[in-house]
Design a protein around this ligand. Structure first.
Ligand code: GLU
Length: 477
């Protein structure tokens, strides 16, 4: 595990944040420790015949808390995957699910692999074998443990996992609910791919609905015109940046990638930038802005909002004091270390923490799991009925207008918009928006009202730990 000098490991960092909140609570003796520790981590080494030889891979599935089952959390493919990281991420899943009231315990998986080194066919072979190892131990199971995408994985890997589970459980009618983040044709749900980025957007909108919260970061107004620095234009960073720039009027002035950064003070065209990255493998020489080779330095750029959307530990003891953004929203898991968190808190930087900010993914995963278990698409029963009720009203208004002496008409576009019943995507967005608003409100209430709480992270942990503690107490543990 790579840690800076004087910096705790990722798991220790999450534990330190947990401890700060737990110290403010009046939990029964021993309960805080029971909640904090990771229940179990399974490590598997398996061989796959590739390119004329047998290659051995190391994979993990960590279960942090089973106060609710199934447990939930993504599977990451990256060379840096290790036990400490998987356990930290599993713990964050527990707190995240509790905060957004997704009825799951926390889990996470990882495979030590650079997915870019393998062809699609090879990745399928590796994924099937890894899935097989986890499925046969019930570490993938619709009632016990439900993975999802994370760094380095996506809908394709989830479809393979679902198929592998179905092959091994041919009579399980709920087989598709064994994993979320699947493609639509394999039992997925509309809006899952962009869900985490969409959640970041909804989180920021909710934050700016409270002028007194924005004022804590020295900001005012709405998202319109805010200058934003984004680190990482992967699935989460891309969607967050795209929605914020095209729907909320933010200016994405800096995008930091693995090979440097591209800067345009007038705001970058995010869709075009993503196309460039896909075509060229990085931001170098990108004509959409000025290229800077030392990307990470630009985390320190002047801006209104900083969105670390890449990986853990990027804001640490080394650079925290130099960060100028008054507001940081953690789209990645664990981008700010415990030490950096303290430095930033003391500086007055407001941090919208990961356990809330990136919970959009697991929220829509919850909807997908429910859809799979109910075996019906959201909106299928009510959509046309809703439309015909709306039609009745519009017809009646038009009749009144015709029959009365006052000649009024509906505004242009109203009829079309009002008549359209909600389909799956509209319902998913509505459910996600509602979830992000409710979770923010529970967190901000603690932030404003509870003695000794001066930051949103501690507030978020307090809400989550309180809910997990209640679940344990109800179980008699
Ligand atoms: N990997 C995502 C996360 O870190 C999604 C987890 C899920 O949908 O279960 O939140």
């Amino acid at each position: 595990m790579q840690t800076q000098a004087g910096e705790p490991s990722f798991r220790q960092s999450v534990d330190l944040m947990f401890n700060r909140a737990a110290a403010l609570m009046d939990l029964p003796p021993g309960l805080a420790e029971k909640i904090r520790v990771c229940n179990a981590t399974y490590i598997v080494r398996f061989g796959v015949r590739l390119r004329g030889e047998i290659r051995t891979f190391t994979g993990y599935r960590s279960v942090h808390s089973e106060h609710m089952e199934p447990v939930k959390g993504g599977i990451r493919y990256a060379l840096a995957v290790n036990q400490d990281e998987v356990e930290a991420l599993a713990a964050l899943m527990t707190y995240k699910c509790a905060l957004v009231e997704a009825p799951f315990g926390g889990s996470k998986g990882g495979l030590c692999i650079d997915p870019r080194e393998y062809s699609e066919e090879e990745l399928e072979k590796i994924t099937r074998r890894f899935a097989y190892e986890l499925i046969k131990r019930d570490l993938i199971n619709p009632a016990q443990n439900v993975p999802a995408p994370d760094m380095g994985t996506g809908p394709r890997e989830m479809a393979i996992i679902a198929d592998q589970y179905a092959r091994m459980h041919t009579t399980d009618i709920n087989a598709r609910a064994c994993v979320t983040g699947k493609p639509i044709h394999a039992g997925g749900i509309q809006g899952r791919v962009e869900a985490t980025g969409r959640g970041v957007q909804y989180a920021l909108r909710e934050f700016f609905r409270y002028p007194e919260d924005a004022a804590k970061a020295g900001l005012s107004g709405t998202l319109e015109g805010k200058r934003v620095v984004v680190q990482g234009l992967g699935n989460v960073g891309y969607h967050a940046a795209l929605f914020l720039s095209t729907e909320d009027g933010c200016k994405i002035t800096h995008v930091i990638e693995h090979d440097g950064a591209v800067v345009n003070e007038n705001g970058l065209d995010i869709a075009a930038l993503r196309d460039w990255i896909v075509a060229h493998g990085g931001v170098k020489d990108c004509p959409l802005g000025t290229y800077h080779a030392e990307g990470a330095r630009l985390l320190e750029a002047e801006c209104d909002i900083l969105i670390p959307a890449a990986m853990e530990g990027v804001i640490n003891l080394h650079n925290a004091a130099a960060i100028k953004a008054p507001l940081i929203i953690e789209a990645a898991n664990g981008p700010v270390t415990a030490g950096a968190d303290e430095i930033l808190r003391n500086k007055g930087t407001v941090i919208i923490p990961d356990l809330y900010a990136n919970a959009g993914g697991v929220t829509v995963s919850y909807f997908e799991w429910v859809k799979n278990l109910s075996h019906i698409r959201f909106g299928r029963m009510q959509r046309r009925q809703e439309e015909s009720r709306h039609q009745l009203l519009v017809d009646e208004l038009e009749r009144i207008s015709r029959d009365s002496s006052i000649n009024w008409t509906l505004s242009p576009g109203f009829k079309e918009k009002y008549l359209r019943g909600a389909g799956e995507l509209e319902l998913v967005r509505s459910g996600l928006d509602d979830t992000m608003r409710a979770a923010y409100q529970s967190m901000r209430q603690v932030w404003w009202e509870r003695d000794g709480v001066h930051d949103l992270r501690t507030a978020g942990f307090l809400v989550s730990i309180g809910r997990v503690a209640k679940a344990y107490q109800a179980k008699g543990i």
